[in-house]
Ligand binder design. Sequence first.
Ligand SMILES: NC(=O)c1ccc[n+]([C@@H]2O[C@H](COP(=O)([O-])OP(=O)(O)OC[C@H]3O[C@@H](n4cnc5c(N)ncnc54)[C@H](O)[C@@H]3O)[C@@H](O)[C@H]2O)c1
Length: 424
Amino acid sequence: MRTPALRPGGGRCRIRPSAQADTGAGRNGVGISIGLVGLGAFGSEFAPLFKSHPLVDRVALCDREPERVKRFAQAPTFQEKVRPSDLYASLDEICAADLDALVIITQPWLHAPQAIRAMESGKRVYSAVPVIWLPDGEEVLEWCDKVTRASRRTGMSYMLGETTYYRPQAMYCRRKAREGAFGDFTYAEGEYFHPHDWPPADLRKVKKSREASAAGQEWLAIQAGYDARGIRQTPMTYPTHSTSGPMTVMRAHAVRAAAFGWKTRSTDPYFGDYRFTNVSALYRMSNGSQMRICEHRELAYPSGDLFEHETFRIFGTTGTFRENRWADKDRWETLTTAKMRDPLPPDVAEAFRRECGETGMYGGHGGSHAYLVHEFVDAVAHDRQPAINAWEAARYMAAGIAAERSALRDGETQDVADWGDAPS
Ligand SMILES: NC(=O)c1ccc[n+]([C@@H]2O[C@H](COP(=O)([O-])OP(=O)(O)OC[C@H]3O[C@@H](n4cnc5c(N)ncnc54)[C@H](O)[C@@H]3O)[C@@H](O)[C@H]2O)c1
């Protein structure tokens, strides 16, 4: 098994067993109230970070599964910011509460309608990725349209919690791009190689775990409807881990797409849901460059490799970034995680460290969780569009759907849908 030279990121942030003095509440008098909707596997990793952010004064908890709410409501570290009256069993109930924002980390087929419902109730919204996952890419595109419209109509901001956006590599490359160090961008690659049976996140087990709740069970009937209509997924309906890296660094979006798919030869019933298990796409970008994107679910990959299965490379006329290395015309420089990362504000870093410990303070997925939480909380507190707003998020999604369309038509080139830049 190959061990990567660098494994950026850190451990997960877990709920702490005992209370310590929380000195962080309310910074500069602009503290906000936030509701956490969905306290399953992934939501549980974010709850301690949202709770401990110094700009968050009050936290409400919501899940349809009462024991998932209880776990946090009873945690000593949550007592200071969670009121007994702020425990909710449904999205409708929490939407009626007087909160500034909702963090939606529910199952992926629920995100977009729930985000719209929350914005319509006057809440800013953070949504786990993707904007929505459904087997039908055309429907996914319709929801992107609805989410951008709802954000504009209600004046409520929307942020997609795309982890690649805050991987250290993305932060570093954005800085280099701002300096102009890449020169003209010529070509970029983004890829998400996630073997379905990859031990760190076995997709079969993930599926089972997401179905092990009332909301999960409801999906089975909906899935049966897609099956009856012969609609089967491709991995391009959830493309944000691969498309976001090149797009955020180059500040460019996909314009035309051509893609091909790999049709499984496996008789494994798990793949029965898939039209293609792997799709590879090539794009013309709005800055004139090309971007190659892979979303692959059927491949061999070592279980210890937590970085290179989800990565990007960027090439320019004067600078190149790949595999944690920066190159100009003269030399390569190997970069450490600390060098690539942006600093967090000191009080935020200190609050996360106190809550999650030194190794857990940045959270999972390359240590991106801490930055996602900070960006959303800060955007809500200062009433601004977050970095990964509805319009940016729609671009990450639309690139995938255009690739799916092309792959289903044997590589015929397709226009990529676009809703433009976020209104300022
Ligand atoms: N790299 C990444 O960004 C990344 C990684 C893992 C998961 N995710 C995303 O996180 C999301 C959650 O995944 P998970 O594994 O935690 O799922 P999960 O099934 O463990 O948790 C979802 C929770 O949402 C709750 N829920 C559903 N509808 C609700 C409602 N109307 N009101 C209140 N609660 C409701 C469920 O009861 C459940 O507890 C997924 O959409 C997934 O795409 C993203």
